[in-house]
Design a protein around this ligand. Structure first.
Ligand code: NDP
Length: 323
């Protein structure tokens, strides 16, 4: 029997089921690892916004070993990574010992990382990489000034901080937990810490230009103030909504400073971008630091850990061991 976390109308729980419960997909995988992201926290605690059909196996990520495949890209024994692509939204996800997935959006483990490290990075790491790729693709370099990272102790923020610091950028890390986790952020490469309260009050739409780019996980007033302080020609990569879905700004930063607001969608990113993002992670992640920021849990701990993540009581990355 397969063991997994199934979300139903009345909440999520560990259940046992057979392969007939997971009929769709051209690749059958023994799941070795998954991980915990903000969206997983929402799904396993029964909150709205992620799971769109029930019953559904939760888990937006999986790393596993192929046991059957009708997809020419994958053969028995291959290891694949799948992030997003509808997992835990409309398709059964990675919080199960076995999964049937669409092989078209899966990628191989990049040279330089192990399967386990890829799972520890998960959607958070891969999203951070997509954001950094977007900033760099606009031609911005460390010579253009600091980069602001919000929600810095979170998954996306932590990995973005590490990737940007490795690429030579001066990273200004915004956090609500500087006292508790200041050393953690400095170890990841943050050159400067900014208390979240400095950006969370409503401000003018144009303020002193302070950074050339932003990786934002939180939305709301923090994002509005981050945009207001972005220098001419800068890029703001909007990744998340951990604080708010609102964006209380005006057109001024866009038409007077030429700031670009770049949306990052990891769920449906094309295959080439996925592969590029994973290669960037292989180059830019310090695997010792990744190990130090990663907590391991089993399937039985995921629901409680999801509640802690949403309550702001976890930081870094959480790896879920399934095999
Ligand atoms: P985490 O929970 O790991 O990190 C979120 C961080 O945001 C927290 O650690 C905290 O950082 C900060 N934060 C939490 N609550 C608030 C608040 N009320 N106001 C301001 N800041 C807050 O989540 P992830 O890193 O996994 O995801 C971050 C966001 O990105 C989520 O909204 C998620 O849904 C989204 N996301 C989007 C993706 C996409 O494809 N666009 C893919 C992956 C994630 P600190 O304490 O340091 O301030």
């Amino acid at each position: 029997m397969i063991q997994g976390i199934v979300v139903r109308e009345n909440g999520a729980a560990i259940e046992e089921f057979d392969e007939s419960f997971i009929p769709d997909g051209d690749v059958l995988v023994d799941v070795d690892w998954s991980d915990l992201n903000y969206k997983d926290g929402l799904a396993v605690t029964g909150r709205p916004g992620v799971v769109r059909t029930t019953p559904l196996v939760a888990g937006i990520d999986l790393v596993g070993t192929v046991v059957e495949s009708t997809n020419p890209r994958w053969g028995v024994g291959d290891t694949l990574i799948l992030n997003g692509a509808g997992l835990s939204e409309t398709k059964h996800g990675g919080y199960a010992t076995r999964a049937r997935v669409d092989g078209e959006r899966a990628v191989a483990v990049p040279d330089g990382l192990t399967a386990e490290q890829c799972a520890a990075l998960g959607t958070a790491g891969y999203t951070a990489a997509l954001a950094v790729m977007r900033i760099v693709s606009e031609g911005l370099t460390p010579a253009d000034g600091p980069v602001l990272v919000t929600g810095a102790t979170g998954g996306v923020g932590s990995i973005a901080t590490m990737l940007l610091a490795t690429a030579g950028f001066h990273v200004a890390a915004v956090t609500g937990r500087a006292e508790e986790h200041g050393d953690y952020l400095r170890d990841l490469g943050a050159a400067e810490l900014i208390d979240r309260s400095a950006l969370s009050e409503a401000g003018r739409p144009l303020q002193k230009a302070s950074w050339c780019a932003v990786v934002d996980s939180v939305g709301g007033e923090v994002l509005a103030n981050a945009i207001a302080r972005t220098s001419p020609g800068g890029v703001v990569a909007a990744c998340g909504l951990a604080g708010s879905t609102s964006l209380p700004t005006t057109v001024m930063p866009f038409i007077l400073r030429g700031v670009t607001l770049a949306g990052i969608d990891s769920v449906w990113a094309p295959l080439d971008d996925r592969a590029d993002a994973w290669r960037l992670l292989a180059r830019g992640v310090d695997t010792d630091r990744l190990a130090a920021m990663t907590t391991r849990i089993g399937l039985a701990d995921v629901i409680a850990a999801g509640g802690e993540l949403l309550a702001g009581r976890r930081h870094g990355r959480t790896l879920v061991e399934l095999s």
